[in-house]
Design a protein around this ligand. Sequence first.
Ligand SMILES: *Cc1c(COP(=O)(O)O)cnc(C)c1O
Length: 425
Amino acid sequence: MTQSDELFERSKKRIPGGVNSPVRAYQAVGRNPVFIKKAKGSHIFDEDGNEYIDYVCSWGPGILGHADEEVINEVQKACQDGLTFGAPTRKECAIAELIAQMMPSMEMTRMVSSGTEAVMSAIRVARGFTGKDYIIKFRGCYHGHSDGLLVKAGSGVLMQAVPDSAGVPSGYTQYTLIAEYNNCDSVAKLFEEYKGKIAAIVVEPVAANMGVVQPKEGFLEYLRKITKENDALLIFDEVITGFRLAPGGAQQFFGVTPDLTTLGKIIGGGMPVGAYGGRKEIMECVAPLGNVYQAGTLSGNPIAMTAGLVTLKRLFEHPEIYTQIEQTTKTLADAYRNAFKDQVCVNQIGSLMSVFFTKEKVVDFASGQTSDRKKYADYFCFFLERGIHLAPSQFEAMFVSVAHHKEDVEKTIQVIDQYAASQKR
Ligand SMILES: *Cc1c(COP(=O)(O)O)cnc(C)c1O
Protein backbone atom coordinates (compact mmCIF):
# COMPACT_ATOMS: atom_id res chain seq x y z
CA MET A 1 0.00 0.00 0.00
CA THR A 2 1.34 3.44 -0.87
CA GLN A 3 1.47 6.26 1.68
CA SER A 4 -1.23 8.04 -0.31
CA ASP A 5 -3.54 5.01 -0.20
CA GLU A 6 -2.96 4.57 3.51
CA LEU A 7 -3.62 8.25 4.24
CA PHE A 8 -6.74 8.12 2.09
CA GLU A 9 -8.08 5.15 4.07
CA ARG A 10 -7.42 6.99 7.33
CA SER A 11 -8.89 10.26 6.06
CA LYS A 12 -12.05 8.59 4.83
CA LYS A 13 -12.83 7.60 8.41
CA ARG A 14 -12.74 11.18 9.68
CA ILE A 15 -13.33 13.45 6.66
CA PRO A 16 -16.30 12.98 4.30
CA GLY A 17 -14.90 11.21 1.25
CA GLY A 18 -11.42 11.70 2.69
CA VAL A 19 -11.17 15.22 1.26
CA ASN A 20 -12.02 18.80 2.14
CA SER A 21 -13.33 19.66 -1.35
CA PRO A 22 -15.09 17.07 -3.54
CA VAL A 23 -13.08 17.10 -6.77
CA ARG A 24 -9.90 16.23 -4.85
CA ALA A 25 -11.27 12.74 -4.27
CA TYR A 26 -10.50 11.80 -7.92
CA GLN A 27 -13.95 10.18 -8.25
CA ALA A 28 -14.27 11.37 -11.84
CA VAL A 29 -11.06 9.58 -12.82
CA GLY A 30 -11.73 6.37 -10.91
CA ARG A 31 -8.67 6.07 -8.68
CA ASN A 32 -7.41 7.12 -5.28
CA PRO A 33 -6.00 10.62 -4.90
CA VAL A 34 -2.32 11.31 -4.32
CA PHE A 35 -1.54 13.08 -1.06
CA ILE A 36 0.76 16.03 -1.53
CA LYS A 37 3.67 16.68 0.77
CA LYS A 38 5.25 19.77 -0.76
CA ALA A 39 5.62 21.79 -3.92
CA LYS A 40 8.17 24.08 -5.51
CA GLY A 41 7.88 26.04 -8.74
CA SER A 42 6.03 24.00 -11.36
CA HIS A 43 6.50 20.71 -9.50
CA ILE A 44 4.62 18.96 -6.70
CA PHE A 45 5.73 15.97 -4.64
CA ASP A 46 3.51 13.34 -3.09
CA GLU A 47 3.86 11.42 0.18
CA ASP A 48 5.48 8.50 -1.69
CA GLY A 49 8.24 10.67 -3.11
CA ASN A 50 6.80 10.88 -6.62
CA GLU A 51 7.37 14.15 -8.46
CA TYR A 52 4.88 15.68 -10.89
CA ILE A 53 4.72 18.64 -13.23
CA ASP A 54 1.65 20.39 -11.85
CA TYR A 55 -1.01 21.82 -14.17
CA VAL A 56 -3.58 22.23 -11.39
CA CYS A 57 -1.70 25.04 -9.60
CA SER A 58 -4.10 24.76 -6.65
CA TRP A 59 -6.97 25.43 -9.12
CA GLY A 60 -5.63 28.77 -10.19
CA PRO A 61 -3.89 30.70 -7.39
CA GLY A 62 -0.43 29.43 -8.31
CA ILE A 63 0.31 31.77 -11.22
CA LEU A 64 3.85 32.44 -9.91
CA GLY A 65 4.45 28.75 -9.29
CA HIS A 66 4.51 27.03 -5.90
CA ALA A 67 6.38 28.41 -2.89
CA ASP A 68 7.66 31.53 -4.61
CA GLU A 69 10.66 32.72 -2.61
CA GLU A 70 9.56 36.32 -2.17
CA VAL A 71 6.00 35.36 -1.21
CA ILE A 72 7.26 32.87 1.38
CA ASN A 73 9.82 35.32 2.82
CA GLU A 74 7.31 38.14 3.17
CA VAL A 75 4.72 35.83 4.72
CA GLN A 76 7.29 34.58 7.23
CA LYS A 77 8.18 38.15 8.13
CA ALA A 78 4.51 39.12 8.48
CA CYS A 79 3.88 36.17 10.82
CA GLN A 80 6.37 37.62 13.30
CA ASP A 81 4.12 40.66 13.71
CA GLY A 82 1.02 38.65 14.57
CA LEU A 83 -1.46 36.55 12.64
CA THR A 84 -4.63 38.58 13.01
CA PHE A 85 -5.79 41.78 14.70
CA GLY A 86 -9.43 42.25 13.76
CA ALA A 87 -8.62 45.88 13.08
CA PRO A 88 -7.69 47.76 9.90
CA THR A 89 -4.12 47.59 8.60
CA ARG A 90 -1.84 49.41 6.15
CA LYS A 91 -1.71 46.32 3.92
CA GLU A 92 -5.48 46.23 3.38
CA CYS A 93 -5.31 49.83 2.24
CA ALA A 94 -2.37 49.02 -0.06
CA ILE A 95 -4.04 46.03 -1.69
CA ALA A 96 -7.30 47.92 -2.33
CA GLU A 97 -5.25 50.70 -3.96
CA LEU A 98 -3.28 48.23 -6.07
CA ILE A 99 -6.44 46.42 -7.19
CA ALA A 100 -7.95 49.75 -8.30
CA GLN A 101 -4.77 50.47 -10.26
CA MET A 102 -4.74 47.08 -11.98
CA MET A 103 -8.50 46.86 -12.50
CA PRO A 104 -9.87 50.41 -12.70
CA SER A 105 -13.55 49.35 -12.44
CA MET A 106 -12.76 48.32 -8.84
CA GLU A 107 -13.16 51.80 -7.43
CA MET A 108 -13.86 50.24 -4.04
CA THR A 109 -13.07 46.74 -2.81
CA ARG A 110 -14.17 44.66 0.16
CA MET A 111 -11.93 41.71 1.10
CA VAL A 112 -13.46 38.41 2.16
CA SER A 113 -12.02 34.92 2.67
CA SER A 114 -13.17 32.89 -0.34
CA GLY A 115 -14.59 33.16 -3.84
CA THR A 116 -17.90 31.74 -2.63
CA GLU A 117 -18.20 34.54 -0.09
CA ALA A 118 -17.23 37.15 -2.69
CA VAL A 119 -19.97 36.19 -5.16
CA MET A 120 -22.59 35.69 -2.46
CA SER A 121 -21.85 39.19 -1.14
CA ALA A 122 -21.71 40.86 -4.58
CA ILE A 123 -25.17 39.52 -5.35
CA ARG A 124 -26.50 40.84 -2.07
CA VAL A 125 -25.08 44.26 -2.96
CA ALA A 126 -26.59 44.11 -6.45
CA ARG A 127 -30.00 43.37 -4.96
CA GLY A 128 -29.62 46.04 -2.30
CA PHE A 129 -28.54 48.65 -4.85
CA THR A 130 -31.22 47.91 -7.47
CA GLY A 131 -34.02 46.97 -5.10
CA LYS A 132 -34.74 43.93 -7.33
CA ASP A 133 -34.59 40.24 -6.49
CA TYR A 134 -33.93 38.08 -9.57
CA ILE A 135 -30.48 37.23 -10.86
CA ILE A 136 -29.41 35.49 -14.05
CA LYS A 137 -26.64 32.93 -14.09
CA PHE A 138 -25.45 30.69 -16.92
CA ARG A 139 -25.70 26.94 -17.12
CA GLY A 140 -22.28 25.43 -16.43
CA CYS A 141 -20.81 28.52 -14.76
CA TYR A 142 -19.73 28.02 -11.15
CA HIS A 143 -19.88 30.79 -8.60
CA GLY A 144 -19.15 28.97 -5.36
CA HIS A 145 -21.43 26.86 -3.20
CA SER A 146 -23.82 29.41 -1.67
CA ASP A 147 -27.47 28.29 -1.63
CA GLY A 148 -28.88 30.57 -4.33
CA LEU A 149 -26.15 29.69 -6.79
CA LEU A 150 -26.02 25.95 -6.31
CA VAL A 151 -28.65 25.43 -8.96
CA LYS A 152 -29.43 23.53 -12.08
CA ALA A 153 -31.90 24.35 -14.81
CA GLY A 154 -35.49 23.47 -14.09
CA SER A 155 -37.84 22.30 -16.82
CA GLY A 156 -39.48 24.71 -19.21
CA VAL A 157 -38.22 27.05 -21.86
CA LEU A 158 -37.56 29.92 -19.51
CA MET A 159 -35.31 28.33 -17.02
CA GLN A 160 -36.04 29.01 -13.43
CA ALA A 161 -33.47 27.25 -11.33
CA VAL A 162 -33.95 24.31 -9.00
CA PRO A 163 -31.51 23.30 -6.25
CA ASP A 164 -28.54 21.23 -7.43
CA SER A 165 -27.76 19.96 -3.94
CA ALA A 166 -29.71 18.36 -1.16
CA GLY A 167 -30.12 20.75 1.72
CA VAL A 168 -30.99 23.74 -0.44
CA PRO A 169 -34.71 24.62 -0.04
CA SER A 170 -36.34 25.45 -3.38
CA GLY A 171 -37.33 28.82 -1.93
CA TYR A 172 -33.64 29.73 -1.82
CA THR A 173 -33.24 29.31 -5.57
CA GLN A 174 -36.54 30.79 -6.74
CA TYR A 175 -34.89 34.10 -7.64
CA THR A 176 -32.15 32.49 -9.71
CA LEU A 177 -32.78 32.29 -13.46
CA ILE A 178 -30.65 30.26 -15.81
CA ALA A 179 -29.54 31.26 -19.30
CA GLU A 180 -27.28 29.49 -21.81
CA TYR A 181 -23.67 30.65 -22.02
CA ASN A 182 -22.87 32.29 -25.38
CA ASN A 183 -26.58 32.55 -26.18
CA CYS A 184 -27.85 36.14 -26.22
CA ASP A 185 -31.44 35.10 -27.02
CA SER A 186 -31.74 33.10 -23.83
CA VAL A 187 -30.81 36.25 -21.90
CA ALA A 188 -33.16 38.49 -23.87
CA LYS A 189 -36.09 36.15 -23.18
CA LEU A 190 -35.50 36.26 -19.43
CA PHE A 191 -35.39 40.07 -19.47
CA GLU A 192 -38.71 40.11 -21.34
CA GLU A 193 -40.39 37.65 -19.02
CA TYR A 194 -39.02 39.19 -15.81
CA LYS A 195 -39.14 42.82 -16.92
CA GLY A 196 -38.10 45.22 -14.18
CA LYS A 197 -37.35 42.42 -11.73
CA ILE A 198 -33.76 41.44 -12.57
CA ALA A 199 -31.05 42.82 -10.28
CA ALA A 200 -28.02 41.42 -12.05
CA ILE A 201 -26.38 39.02 -14.44
CA VAL A 202 -23.49 37.09 -12.94
CA VAL A 203 -21.11 35.49 -15.43
CA GLU A 204 -17.65 34.00 -15.70
CA PRO A 205 -16.32 36.18 -18.55
CA VAL A 206 -14.40 33.11 -19.67
CA ALA A 207 -16.22 30.03 -18.43
CA ALA A 208 -13.67 27.81 -16.73
CA ASN A 209 -15.77 25.45 -14.64
CA MET A 210 -17.39 23.50 -17.50
CA GLY A 211 -13.99 23.11 -19.00
CA VAL A 212 -12.65 26.29 -20.56
CA VAL A 213 -15.16 27.96 -22.89
CA GLN A 214 -14.41 31.36 -24.39
CA PRO A 215 -17.14 33.97 -24.83
CA LYS A 216 -18.28 34.31 -28.43
CA GLU A 217 -17.56 37.59 -30.16
CA GLY A 218 -20.09 40.12 -28.91
CA PHE A 219 -21.49 38.01 -26.05
CA LEU A 220 -20.00 40.01 -23.16
CA GLU A 221 -20.78 43.25 -24.99
CA TYR A 222 -24.39 42.11 -25.27
CA LEU A 223 -24.59 41.39 -21.54
CA ARG A 224 -23.23 44.87 -20.89
CA LYS A 225 -25.83 46.43 -23.18
CA ILE A 226 -28.90 44.55 -21.95
CA THR A 227 -28.10 45.11 -18.27
CA LYS A 228 -27.68 48.85 -18.89
CA GLU A 229 -30.97 49.03 -20.76
CA ASN A 230 -32.78 47.29 -17.92
CA ASP A 231 -31.17 49.03 -14.94
CA ALA A 232 -29.61 45.76 -13.90
CA LEU A 233 -25.98 45.27 -12.88
CA LEU A 234 -23.37 43.21 -14.68
CA ILE A 235 -21.23 41.13 -12.32
CA PHE A 236 -18.08 39.54 -13.69
CA ASP A 237 -17.03 36.57 -11.60
CA GLU A 238 -13.30 36.89 -12.18
CA VAL A 239 -12.30 34.46 -9.42
CA ILE A 240 -10.35 32.53 -12.08
CA THR A 241 -9.77 35.12 -14.82
CA GLY A 242 -8.81 38.03 -12.52
CA PHE A 243 -5.06 38.73 -12.77
CA ARG A 244 -4.76 35.64 -14.99
CA LEU A 245 -5.91 36.71 -18.45
CA ALA A 246 -4.29 40.12 -18.01
CA PRO A 247 -3.18 42.29 -15.07
CA GLY A 248 -6.70 43.76 -15.24
CA GLY A 249 -8.41 40.41 -15.79
CA ALA A 250 -10.97 39.47 -18.44
CA GLN A 251 -12.47 42.97 -18.34
CA GLN A 252 -9.19 44.36 -19.61
CA PHE A 253 -8.66 41.47 -22.03
CA PHE A 254 -12.07 41.93 -23.69
CA GLY A 255 -12.56 45.64 -23.04
CA VAL A 256 -15.94 45.17 -21.35
CA THR A 257 -16.41 46.88 -17.98
CA PRO A 258 -18.75 45.31 -15.40
CA ASP A 259 -20.43 47.13 -12.53
CA LEU A 260 -19.18 44.67 -9.93
CA THR A 261 -16.35 42.14 -9.97
CA THR A 262 -15.62 39.17 -7.75
CA LEU A 263 -12.08 37.96 -7.19
CA GLY A 264 -10.42 35.00 -5.51
CA LYS A 265 -7.68 32.43 -6.14
CA ILE A 266 -4.71 34.52 -7.44
CA ILE A 267 -5.63 37.50 -5.23
CA GLY A 268 -4.60 35.54 -2.13
CA GLY A 269 -1.25 34.40 -3.49
CA GLY A 270 -1.97 30.92 -2.06
CA MET A 271 -3.80 32.05 1.09
CA PRO A 272 -7.61 31.92 1.51
CA VAL A 273 -8.82 35.25 0.09
CA GLY A 274 -11.69 36.58 -1.96
CA ALA A 275 -12.81 40.11 -2.79
CA TYR A 276 -15.67 41.94 -4.40
CA GLY A 277 -15.94 45.49 -5.56
CA GLY A 278 -16.76 47.90 -8.31
CA ARG A 279 -18.36 51.27 -8.85
CA LYS A 280 -18.14 53.56 -5.84
CA GLU A 281 -21.85 54.45 -5.72
CA ILE A 282 -22.73 50.75 -5.63
CA MET A 283 -20.10 49.75 -3.05
CA GLU A 284 -21.24 52.60 -0.81
CA CYS A 285 -24.32 50.48 -0.12
CA VAL A 286 -22.15 48.15 1.97
CA ALA A 287 -22.14 48.50 5.78
CA PRO A 288 -21.05 50.60 7.62
CA LEU A 289 -21.70 53.17 4.87
CA GLY A 290 -24.93 51.64 3.64
CA ASN A 291 -27.60 49.16 4.60
CA VAL A 292 -26.28 46.00 2.89
CA TYR A 293 -24.73 43.98 5.70
CA GLN A 294 -21.57 41.93 5.15
CA ALA A 295 -18.75 41.19 7.59
CA GLY A 296 -15.90 38.78 8.38
CA THR A 297 -13.74 38.11 11.43
CA LEU A 298 -10.68 37.19 9.35
CA SER A 299 -11.44 39.38 6.31
CA GLY A 300 -8.32 41.23 5.18
CA ASN A 301 -6.19 38.96 7.31
CA PRO A 302 -2.65 40.40 7.44
CA ILE A 303 -0.86 37.21 6.40
CA ALA A 304 -3.23 36.63 3.48
CA MET A 305 -2.91 40.29 2.44
CA THR A 306 0.87 39.91 2.45
CA ALA A 307 0.81 36.91 0.11
CA GLY A 308 -1.71 38.66 -2.12
CA LEU A 309 0.17 41.94 -2.25
CA VAL A 310 3.50 40.35 -3.19
CA THR A 311 1.77 38.31 -5.91
CA LEU A 312 -0.23 41.18 -7.39
CA LYS A 313 2.77 43.54 -7.29
CA ARG A 314 4.86 41.06 -9.23
CA LEU A 315 2.13 40.67 -11.86
CA PHE A 316 1.64 44.44 -12.07
CA GLU A 317 5.34 45.18 -12.44
CA HIS A 318 6.03 42.35 -14.88
CA PRO A 319 3.33 42.29 -17.55
CA GLU A 320 5.71 40.20 -19.69
CA ILE A 321 4.63 37.31 -17.45
CA TYR A 322 1.37 37.24 -19.40
CA THR A 323 3.12 36.89 -22.74
CA GLN A 324 5.23 34.07 -21.34
CA ILE A 325 2.42 32.00 -19.81
CA GLU A 326 0.23 32.46 -22.86
CA GLN A 327 3.06 31.27 -25.11
CA THR A 328 3.67 28.22 -22.92
CA THR A 329 -0.02 27.37 -22.98
CA LYS A 330 -0.26 27.86 -26.76
CA THR A 331 2.68 25.51 -27.26
CA LEU A 332 0.89 22.86 -25.21
CA ALA A 333 -2.43 23.43 -27.00
CA ASP A 334 -0.73 23.03 -30.39
CA ALA A 335 0.95 19.84 -29.21
CA TYR A 336 -2.44 18.36 -28.27
CA ARG A 337 -3.97 19.43 -31.58
CA ASN A 338 -1.08 17.93 -33.56
CA ALA A 339 -1.14 14.68 -31.63
CA PHE A 340 -4.90 14.09 -31.49
CA LYS A 341 -6.03 15.92 -34.65
CA ASP A 342 -9.84 16.09 -34.73
CA GLN A 343 -10.28 13.55 -31.92
CA VAL A 344 -10.26 16.30 -29.30
CA CYS A 345 -11.39 19.89 -28.96
CA VAL A 346 -8.73 22.10 -27.37
CA ASN A 347 -9.97 25.39 -25.97
CA GLN A 348 -7.16 27.74 -24.95
CA ILE A 349 -7.15 31.36 -23.95
CA GLY A 350 -4.21 33.01 -22.17
CA SER A 351 -2.90 30.55 -19.60
CA LEU A 352 -6.19 28.64 -19.35
CA MET A 353 -6.85 25.52 -21.34
CA SER A 354 -9.07 22.44 -21.63
CA VAL A 355 -8.73 19.30 -23.72
CA PHE A 356 -12.21 17.92 -24.40
CA PHE A 357 -12.43 14.36 -25.63
CA THR A 358 -15.05 15.12 -28.26
CA LYS A 359 -15.10 15.81 -31.98
CA GLU A 360 -17.54 18.66 -31.44
CA LYS A 361 -16.60 22.27 -30.99
CA VAL A 362 -17.19 23.11 -27.34
CA VAL A 363 -18.93 26.48 -27.08
CA ASP A 364 -21.34 25.98 -24.19
CA PHE A 365 -22.45 23.57 -21.48
CA ALA A 366 -24.29 21.17 -23.81
CA SER A 367 -21.42 20.78 -26.29
CA GLY A 368 -18.98 20.26 -23.39
CA GLN A 369 -21.14 17.43 -22.15
CA THR A 370 -20.54 15.49 -25.40
CA SER A 371 -16.98 14.74 -24.25
CA ASP A 372 -16.04 11.19 -23.33
CA ARG A 373 -15.32 11.16 -19.60
CA LYS A 374 -13.97 7.59 -19.67
CA LYS A 375 -11.36 8.67 -22.18
CA TYR A 376 -10.51 11.64 -19.99
CA ALA A 377 -10.06 9.36 -16.96
CA ASP A 378 -7.77 7.09 -18.97
CA TYR A 379 -5.75 10.07 -20.20
CA PHE A 380 -5.50 11.48 -16.67
CA CYS A 381 -4.15 8.21 -15.23
CA PHE A 382 -1.65 7.77 -18.09
CA PHE A 383 -0.26 11.24 -17.41
CA LEU A 384 -0.22 10.86 -13.62
CA GLU A 385 1.78 7.65 -13.91
CA ARG A 386 4.31 9.52 -16.05
CA GLY A 387 4.76 12.43 -13.66
CA ILE A 388 2.20 14.92 -14.91
CA HIS A 389 -0.54 16.15 -12.61
CA LEU A 390 -3.67 17.28 -14.49
CA ALA A 391 -7.08 18.34 -13.24
CA PRO A 392 -8.86 15.16 -12.09
CA SER A 393 -12.01 16.07 -14.05
CA GLN A 394 -12.86 16.74 -17.67
CA PHE A 395 -14.62 19.91 -16.67
CA GLU A 396 -11.83 21.69 -14.83
CA ALA A 397 -9.23 23.93 -16.44
CA MET A 398 -5.55 23.24 -16.95
CA PHE A 399 -3.51 26.08 -15.42
CA VAL A 400 -0.06 27.22 -16.49
CA SER A 401 2.28 29.29 -14.32
CA VAL A 402 5.44 31.32 -14.91
CA ALA A 403 7.35 28.49 -13.27
CA HIS A 404 6.55 26.09 -16.15
CA HIS A 405 9.81 26.07 -18.05
CA LYS A 406 10.98 24.69 -21.37
CA GLU A 407 11.92 21.31 -19.86
CA ASP A 408 8.46 20.93 -18.33
CA VAL A 409 6.81 21.69 -21.66
CA GLU A 410 9.12 19.32 -23.54
CA LYS A 411 8.44 16.49 -21.12
CA THR A 412 4.70 17.15 -21.29
CA ILE A 413 4.74 17.08 -25.09
CA GLN A 414 6.62 13.76 -25.01
CA VAL A 415 3.87 12.26 -22.87
CA ILE A 416 1.17 13.78 -25.09
CA ASP A 417 2.77 12.09 -28.11
CA GLN A 418 3.20 8.80 -26.24
CA TYR A 419 -0.43 8.84 -25.22
CA ALA A 420 -1.66 9.69 -28.71
CA ALA A 421 0.45 6.84 -30.12
CA SER A 422 -0.94 4.39 -27.54
CA GLN A 423 -4.46 5.31 -28.67
CA LYS A 424 -3.76 4.51 -32.31
CA ARG A 425 -2.64 0.97 -31.60
C1 LIG B 1 -13.35 28.75 -7.53
C2 LIG B 1 -14.44 29.64 -7.97
C3 LIG B 1 -15.36 30.21 -7.07
C4 LIG B 1 -15.39 29.82 -5.62
O1 LIG B 1 -14.24 30.21 -4.96
P1 LIG B 1 -13.87 29.44 -3.57
O2 LIG B 1 -12.68 30.19 -3.07
O3 LIG B 1 -13.60 28.03 -3.92
O4 LIG B 1 -15.04 29.59 -2.68
C5 LIG B 1 -16.26 31.14 -7.55
N1 LIG B 1 -16.30 31.46 -8.84
C6 LIG B 1 -15.44 30.93 -9.75
C7 LIG B 1 -15.51 31.37 -11.17
C8 LIG B 1 -14.51 29.99 -9.34
O5 LIG B 1 -13.70 29.41 -10.25
